[in-house]
Design a protein around this ligand. Structure first.
Ligand code: GLN
Length: 331
C-alpha cells in the first residue's frame, strides 16, 4: 500500500527513504499491466512487461535504487539529448539553433505531418525524430562510427565506463526503419540534412541502440541537475549554457506529445525512450522545510510497458508520485 505524505522533517536517512521508494515501486509495478511493450521495432517486444526500476542519485552523494535496477536496455530517444549536446559542443549553440528549432509539436515523435504542412524553415525541435536526424547529420565525421564516437565518449565521461551497441537491436531497428527513412528522404528533399542521408540514418539507429542501465541515466541526470558539472569530481562535463538548453528542451519537448501534462503534473525536465527508459532531472530547490534531495538529483527509470504516447506507463506514474511526495517541481 502506498503511504500518505510523510513528514520529511523527521529523518532523511537513506534507509528511511529506501523503504518509501521500495513501497512505491511495489505499488506502481501493478500498473505495468496497463501498458504495452513497443513492437514497431520487433526486438523491443522481447522486453519483460512487468519490469519496473528506479535509481535516484543525489548531488549530496546519496543513491536510492529500487526494483529492476540492473536490466540493460537501449537508450533509444534519450540519445537525442546527448546527440544535441554533442552537436552544440562541436558546432556551437547558435549553429545548431539556426538549423533546428526549440518548439514543441504536440505530435507523435515520428510524425511526418508537420514537416509537410507547415513549410518549415527547420524541424521543430531536436527531440522529435525529424529534428534528431537533422542534428545527427550535423555531427562531425564522414562515417557513422566517426559521428558516433563523441556521443559514446561523452557517455563514457559521465557513466565511468564505455557503453556498447546492442547489435541485435541496431539490426532490428535498421531493418524496420521505413518511417525513419521516409523522414530521412523528406529532410533530404528539403535540404535540411548536412551529411549523406544513409550515413546519417545509420548513425541515428546506432545511437538509439546503445545499451545502458538506469544508473547511467541517473548519473547523466545528476550532472544536468548540477548544470553540467559532475558533483563527485567537480569536473565540467557539459558547458553550463548547453546543459541549460538541454533541460529547457526536456521540459518542453521531452515526453513526446505528453510533455505539457508531464510539466504540469510532475514539473521537472525529463526525456523518455520507447524501450521504456526515462531520465528526469531535479535541480537544486529552495524550500522552507527539509525535503529529500534538496541539493538536486538525477533519476533513471525503466519500465518497458508503454502508454499511448510511448512513455513508460508505470514509470510516469511512479515519477509523478515521487515528485508530489518530495515536492520536486521546479515551479
Ligand atoms: N529509435 C526509435 C525511433 O526512431 C527511437 C524512438 C523513441 O525512443 N521514441 O523510432
Amino acid at each position: 500500500m502506498v503511504q500518505g505524505a510523510a513528514n520529511w522533517n523527521t529523518e532523511l536517512t537513506e534507509e528511511w527513504l529506501q523503504n518509501y521508494v521500495d513501497d512505491w515501486v511495489a505499488f506502481y509495478r501493478k500498473m505495468t499491466s496497463d501498458g504495452k511493450v513497443a513492437s514497431y521495432i520487433p526486438i523491443l517486444e522481447e522486453a519483460n512487461q512487468n519490469h519496473l526500476g528506479i535509481t535516484i542519485m543525489g548531488n549530496n552523494g546519496m543513491t536510492i535504487r529500487s526494483g529492476d535496477t540492473d536490466i540493460p536496455f537501449t537508450i533509444q530517444s534519450i540519445s537525442k539529448v546527448i546527440s544535441f549536446i554533442v552537436g552544440c559542443m562541436e558546432r556551437g549553440v547558435q549553429y545548431m539553433l539556426d538549423r533546428v528549432d526549440v518548439e514543441p509539436t504536440g505530435e507523435a515523435f515520428n510524425s511526418i505531418m508537420h514537416l509537410e504542412m507547415k513549410q518549415l524553415k527547420k524541424p521543430f525541435n531536436p527531440f522529435i525524430n525529424a529534428g534528431a536526424i537533422t542534428v545527427t547529420s550535423m555531427l562531425e565525421g564522414n562515417t557513422s562510427d566517426e559521428k558516433l564516437k563523441p556521443i559514446i565518449d561523452l557517455m563514457e565521461r559521465m557513466f565511468g565506463y564505455r557503453p556498447a551497441l546492442n547489435v541485435d537491436v541496431y539490426e532490428s531497428e535498421r531493418d524496420s526503419s521505413m518511417r525513419n527513412r521516409a523522414i530521412g528522404y523528406y529532410l533530404l528533399e528539403t535540404g535540411f540534412l548536412e551529411s549523406d542521408m544513409n550515413i546519417t540514418l545509420e548513425t541515428y539507429f546506432k545511437q538509439c541502440s546503445i545499451e545502458i542501465t538506469i544508473d547511467d541515466l541517473a548519473k547523466f541526470g545528476m550532472i544536468l541537475a548540477n548544470d553540467g558539472e559532475d558533483p563527485n569530481s567537480q569536473e565540467e562535463i557539459i558547458p553550463r549554457p548547453i546543459a541549460r538548453i538541454a533541460k529547457a528542451l526536456m521540459l518542453t519537448c521531452g515526453m513526446y506529445d505528453a510533455s505539457g501534462k508531464f510539466a504540469t503534473y510532475v514539473g521537472i525536465p525529463a526525456k523518455s525512450g520507447v524501450s521504456g527508459g526515462i531520465i528526469a532531472v531535479s535541480p537544486p530547490r529552495v524550500r522552507e522545510e527539509e525535503l529529500p534531495f534538496l541539493d538536486g538529483c538525477g533519476i533513471g527509470v525503466y519500465g518497458p510497458a508503454l502508454d499511448e504516447q510511448g512513455n513508460s506507463e508505470a514509470g510516469i506514474r511512479l515519477l509523478r508520485h515521487i515528485a508530489k511526495q518530495w515536492d520536486l517541481s521546479i515551479f
